[in-house]
Design a binder for this molecule. Structure first.
Ligand code: B1M
Length: 214
C-alpha cells in the first residue's frame, strides 16, 4: 500500500470509529517502517474530522466516543513503540482532569479526557469524587499546566470554585489554566469562579485547551 493511501485509511478508521482497524493499521505502519510520530499525525487528522462533523451536527455523541476509542487504541500501540525507541512525543500540554468532590458522574468527563488525549494532550485522569487536595497533589507531581474539572450536580459545582481557591493558596494559580465543564456549568459560571475557560462539550473543551496553551 502506498504511504498516502495508508495515511488516508488511518484517518478513515478513526472517522468510522473502527477500533480493530485502527490498531491493525498502527501495527502495519510500524512494520512498514513509518515513523510512529508520522503515523500519529495521520490518525490525528481523523479525530479532527470527527470533531468538525460533531460541531456541524453530522455526528453525535456515539460517533464521538467511537472515534475517541479508536484513536486511543492506535495511540497505545504507537506510544509504546515510541517509548521503545526512546523518541519523545510532542504533547500540547499536561492536563490533570477529574470530577469534583462529592460527584461520581464520569461519562462526560471521560469523553473529555479521551478527546484531549486523542488531540495531543498528556492526560492524567483522577476519576471521580476528587478533592481539591488530590487535584493539587497530582498537578504538583506531574507539573501539569491545565486543570480540568467536571461537575454534574448543582450541589457539587461549588467544588470547582473551592479547588480554584486552593490552587491560589498553593501559589499555583498563575502556572495552571483551569477549564470547567459539566451540565450545570456555563461560561458565566466559569467567569464567576475565575476559571480560564468553559467547555460546553468535549470538542469545545479541546478547542479551549488548545487556545489556552497557545
Ligand atoms: Co445523575 N444526575 N445522579 N447519575 N445523572 C443527573 C446529572 C441529573 C441532571 C438527573 C436529573 O435529575 N434530571 C441530576 C442532577 C440534578 C442537579 O444537580 N441539578 C442527577 C442526580 C440528582 C443524581 C443523584 C443525586 C441521584 C440520587 O442518588 N438521588 C446521584 C448523585 C451521585 C453523586 O454523584 N454523588 C446520581 C447518580 C447517577 C448515576 C450513578 C446513576 C449515573 C452516573 C453514572 C456515571 O457517570 N458513571 C447518573 C447519570 C447517568 C445521570 C444522567 C442521566 C446522565 C449524565 C451523563 O452521563 N450524561 C444525568 C441526567 C442528564 O444529564 N440528562 C444525571 C452524558 C454525558 C456525555 O454528558 O456529563 O453532561 P455530560 O458531559 C458532557 C458536557 O457536560 C461536557 O462534555 C461532555 C461531553 O459532551 N463536559 C465537560 C462534562 N465535563 C466536562 C469537563 C470539561 C469540559 C466539558 O472540562 C474539564
Amino acid at each position: 500500500m502506498e504511504r498516502k493511501e495508508m495515511f488516508e485509511k488511518m484517518a478513515q478508521a478513526i472517522v468510522e470509529g473502527k477500533k480493530e482497524e485502527a490498531a491493525k493499521l498502527a501495527q502495519e505502519a510500524i512494520q512498514s517502517g513509518i515513523p510512529p510520530l508520522e503515523a500519529m499525525d495521520a490518525f490525528t487528522k481523523g479525530i479532527q474530522i470527527v470533531g468538525e462533523k460533531y460541531e456541524k451536527g453530522e455526528f453525535f455523541l456515539p460517533e464521538l466516543i467511537m472515534g475517541g476509542d479508536a484513536m486511543k487504541e492506535a495511540l497505545n500501540i504507537l506510544e509504546s513503540e515510541i517509548k521503545k525507541r526512546g523518541e519523545k512525543r510532542k504533547t500540547l500540554g499536561k492536563v490533570v482532569i477529574g470530577t469534583v468532590e462529592g460527584d461520581i458522574h464520569d461519562i462526560g468527563k471521560t469523553i473529555v479526557a479521551s478527546m484531549l488525549s486523542a488531540n495531543g494532550f498528556e492526560v492524567f485522569d483522577l476519576g471521580t469524587d476528587v478533592t481539591a487536595d488530590a487535584f493539587i497533589a497530582k498537578i504538583k507531581e506531574v507539573g501539569a499546566n491545565i486543570l480540568g474539572m467536571s461537575a454534574l450536580l448543582t450541589t457539587t459545582m461549588s467544588n470547582q470554585a473551592k479547588t480554584i481557591k486552593a490552587l491560589s493558596s498553593e501559589g499555583l494559580r498563575d502556572k495552571v489554566k483551569v477549564i470547567v465543564g459539566g451540565a450545570p456549568t456555563s461560561q458565566s459560571w466559569a467567569e464567576e469562579i475565575g476559571a480560564d475557560g468553559h467547555g460546553e462539550n468535549a470538542i469545545e473543551a479541546v478547542r479551549v485547551a488548545k487556545e489556552l496553551v497557545k
